[in-house]
Design a protein around this ligand. Structure first.
Ligand SMILES: [Mg+2]
Length: 258
């Protein structure tokens, strides 16, 4: 019997790139379901609500329920409700994550904010906006990151992500951001609770050596790195994946032999 009883799967770069399914990914998910392997999707994607993600994945051929997905946005909302109750958050991110941030008071500008929240990067990350945030951080306002992703990959090529801006803001202001999505252990624990499998018997399948693999391993899980999405050979020197597979398509076979 396999030592691994359940999986957490990353979405972008593992199931799909630019929402086009990766070869064999749909079939792999079908076979996991057929074999009764429980899994949940854990993503740092900030452009979609869980409902939109489920719908977009369905269009790409993946049958997933919104309740099977945890996002960095929902994790951020939980964190803000617990640690900054009633605080006005200035949220700089791609997409419009209103639905998953429901209940969090939103500030229109950094000046009015009690807490600064950085998500996925986009054209709104201008000098003026970043400088407004920097000034608030110098006033002692807290910095929260939906995640710390440095970059991702689309059909167009490499994309610089919010984590790079967080690093710059931290360095300049001397503050440290609290990260709510991957690689935070609390985020993996939330997803594991939903999965109903303890960390020691669960594996994380991801294309990001730092946020997916090292994050999951720090939370006590097995880290399975796939050579799709943002993967580069040089990543192998940046962490210690327990397993390296060519793609999600190889996961069902690996589980049978694991
Ligand atoms: Mg990914």
């Amino acid at each position: 019997m396999s030592a691994i009883e359940g999986l957490l799967l990353d979405i972008d770069g593992v199931l799909a790139v630019s929402w086009e399914p990766l070869p064999g990914a749909v079939e792999a998910m079908t076979s996991l379901r057929a074999e009764g392997v429980p899994f949940r999707l854990i993503t740092n994607t900030t452009t979609h609500t869980r409902r939109d993600l489920a719908a977009t994945l369905a269009e790409a051929g993946f049958e997933v329920d919104a309740n099977e997905i945890v996002t960095a946005v929902t994790a951020t909302a939980s964190y803000l409700r617990e640690h900054h109750p009633g605080g006005r958050a200035f949220v700089l991110t791609d997409g419009a994550p209103d639905e998953d941030l429901a209940g969090v008071p939103i500030a229109g500008t950094a000046r009015e904010a009690d807490v600064i929240v950085i998500g996925g990067a986009c054209d709104a990350f201008t000098y003026e906006t970043m400088n407004g945030i920097f000034r608030r951080l110098m006033d002692g306002v807290a910095l929260v990151g939906m995640h710390r992703n440095l970059y991702w990959k689309t059909a167009q090529g490499w994309e610089l992500d919010g984590g790079a801006y967080i690093a710059g803001l931290e360095e300049a202001s001397g503050t440290s951001a609290v990260i709510c999505g991957k690689p935070a252990s609390t985020y993996f624990r939330t997803a594991l609770a939903l999965l109903g499998v303890p960390a020691a018997r669960a594996a994380m399948v991801g294309d990001d050596i730092t946020n997916d693999i090292e994050g999951a391993r720090a939370a006590g899980m097995t880290g399975v790195l796939v050579r799709t999405g943002k993967f580069r050979e040089a990543d192998l020197a940046k962490g210690s994946p327990d397993v390296v597979l060519d793609s999600l398509a190889d996961v069902p076979g690996w589980l049978r032999g694991a």
